[in-house]
Design a protein around this ligand. Structure first.
Ligand code: IPE
Ligand code: IPE
Ligand code: MG
Length: 284
């Protein structure tokens, strides 16, 4: 874990990092970075100041996740619904994104991070779109962590786009009449195709909702909601979230590996076959 090399020998963060199991670092972490506005309000500052502070936290979380060996980090930067905000705030968010892209390119290259985006990014202001594509191209061959920025992102849009892509392809190939869609076909056409599904979904600022984020991909993600506002989500908070993730028991609909009691089988054997059949018939 390269993070340990970067930490001071006696700091609290080092203690936390040492308690992590390096074998169970989530392959994909997704974060709903919420609470910038409230962070600013509490300080009597304009919302913009919260967004600016939030960008600083993005830099540190990206670097830490890369050093921890996370394969993919998806950050919810701008939702398709965020256009409802006042124009000056939206414009400021685009300015901050351009600032981030310009200043981070060097750091992304140094850390071997590949940047990609998820969302209807063609709808972004032209200059932002071009700079985003330029950084994607410049980092495309990097083999380390994938930093996936969700921008103008809506999970429902994503599913609609995936289904339309399938329909279009089938129409072009003249097999629309016989088109039958399965899960794999949809997954492959999501913006996140090729990435593992998120293992851990973090939401800052305490809201208990998903806000149209990765609805398909988070089917079995572990959820972690913290009251901490995004600009305060420092390394210690990140490590705490991953530690909590490592304490969870993921069952994916199965049962815990330790629970294999022969007693269960005895109960099942007590059921006369006719009764089992009746249950099966009545539940159809
Ligand atoms: C999240 O912070 C950043 C974006 C949505 C772009 P908010 O701006 O939503 O902050 P709050 O929720 O108003 O505190
Ligand atoms: C979710 O935060 C979107 C991003 C973090 C970019 P919002 O602040 O937009 O979500 P709601 O409106 O509270 O659901
Ligand atoms: Mg918010």
């Amino acid at each position: 874990m390269k993070l340990l090399e970067a930490l001071p020998p006696d700091g609290k963060d080092r203690g936390l990092a040492l308690s992590l199991d390096p074998q169970r670092i989530p392959a994909h972490i997704a974060i709903i970075m919420d609470g910038n506005g409230r962070w600013a309000k509490r300080r009597g500052l304009p919302r913009f100041a919260g967004h600016r502070a939030g960008v600083q936290m993005v830099r540190s979380v990206v670097e830490d996740c890369s050093r921890l060996g996370v394969h993919a980090l998806t950050l919810y930067a701008f939702s398709a619904e965020n256009w409802k905000r006042p124009r000056p705030e939206v414009d400021m968010l685009w300015r901050l994104l351009r600032f981030y892209l310009r200043h981070e390119l060097e750091d992304l290259q140094r850390n071997n991070i590949r940047l990609q985006s998820s969302g209807r990014v063609e709808a972004l202001p032209q200059r932002v779109y071009e700079e985003l594509r330029a950084v994607e191209r410049a980092t495309a061959r990097n083999t380390g962590m994938c930093l996936n920025l969700a921008i103008n992102y809506s999970s429902r849009n994503e599913l609609v786009d995936a289904v339309n892509a399938l329909v279009d392809q089938a129409r072009i190939e003249g097999r629309l009449d016989s088109l039958v869609v399965d899960e794999e076909m949809i997954s492959k056409r999501l913006y996140t195709a090729g990435l593992p599904e998120p293992d851990l979904l973090i939401r800052t600022s305490g809201e208990m909702r998903i806000s149209n984020f990765l609805l398909w991909q988070i089917a079995y993600a572990e959820l972690y909601v913290t009251d901490t506002l995004w600009p305060d989500f420092n390394r210690e908070e990140l490590l705490r979230a991953i530690l909590e993730f490592q304490r969870r028991e993921r069952r994916f609909g199965g049962i815990a590996e330790t629970v294999t009691e022969p007693a269960d089988l005895t109960v099942a054997a007590d059921f006369p076959d006719e009764e089992t059949e009746e249950i099966a018939v009545s539940s159809q």
